[in-house]
Design a protein around this ligand. Structure first.
Ligand SMILES: [Zn+2]
Length: 245
């Protein structure tokens, strides 16, 4: 089996995860730091003068408003410990394969409905975060089909019954094998009219876009990008191309 470097990218090991987020106190602290990295700030009046109440609540000493660090986050009003939420986030994000709600239920020791709801909320915030990510710099773009390479039937662009999608990865300019950000979108057709709106919102003008030179990408120069087409062999062989590590 070939070894792909992407599969060996460093993640957060279970041991590291437990060391950082193993206790409820550590998770509460992590949420608080993410929310108020420079210390508490009252969402009502902006004051930083506060005192601590029970159940992790903060009280503003100017307007007296009580605020929970989880208010307005996906953890708001949850009855579960934050440590369980953090475990769910770890399980959903560290694996190469998707994790079912049933698997979450088993691993976390919660009921199925709870596991299902947690999964929906976590995936939704990941989706919203990705939608706001704007790629820039050196970006590799390619389109593919759900179902992948098949030995029977027509292969590649235009194959019947397959859903095309496009993937863009922003790589580290110092090390093109290292992926910084990724965007994906399902398309009706791999055509300029479907690709253009996607490039308009998610990519900084002036970025260098590497493609396999398929005609649908010809609009890129005119749209304000530096298009770098590379002639590619088909299918998985393109992953061996030096421009597309
Ligand atoms: Zn206040």
């Amino acid at each position: 089996m070939p070894r792909y470097d992407i599969q060996f990218q460093k993640g957060l090991s279970l041991r590291e995860f437990m060391a950082r987020y193993g206790t409820e106190e550590q998770c509460v602290e992590a949420v608080r730091m993410a929310r108020w990295p420079h210390g508490f700030e009252c969402p009502e009046c902006g004051s930083t003068r506060h005192c601590h109440l029970s159940r992790g609540l903060f009280q503003c000493q100017d307007c007296r408003k009580q605020t929970s660090p989880t208010a307005g986050t996906i953890f708001q009003s949850t009855k579960l410990p934050l440590a369980v939420w953090f475990q769910a986030m770890h399980l959903l994000t560290q694996g190469k394969h998707s994790v079912s709600a049933l698997e979450l239920k088993r691993q976390l020791g919660v009921c199925y409905e709870t596991a299902w709801n947690m999964k929906q909320k976590i995936l939704q915030v990941m989706l919203e975060r990705e939608a706001r990510t704007v790629l820039s710099g050196r970006i590799e773009v390619d389109d593919a089909y759900v179902g992948g390479e098949r030995h029977l039937g027509k292969r590649g662009r235009g194959a019947a019954g397959k859903t095309p999608f496009v993937v863009a990865v922003q790589t580290d300019p110092e090390n093109p094998a290292s992926v910084l950000h990724l965007r994906m979108k399902a398309l009706r057709h791999v055509a300029a009219r479907d690709l253009k709106p996607w490039f308009e919102v998610g990519f900084t003008k002036g970025s260098t876009i590497l493609t396999d030179g398929w005609q649908a990408y010809n609009f890129l120069d005119e749209a304000g990008f530096k298009h770098e087409p590379h002639k590619m062999p088909g299918g998985w062989r393109s992953s061996k191309h030096p421009a597309f590590p």
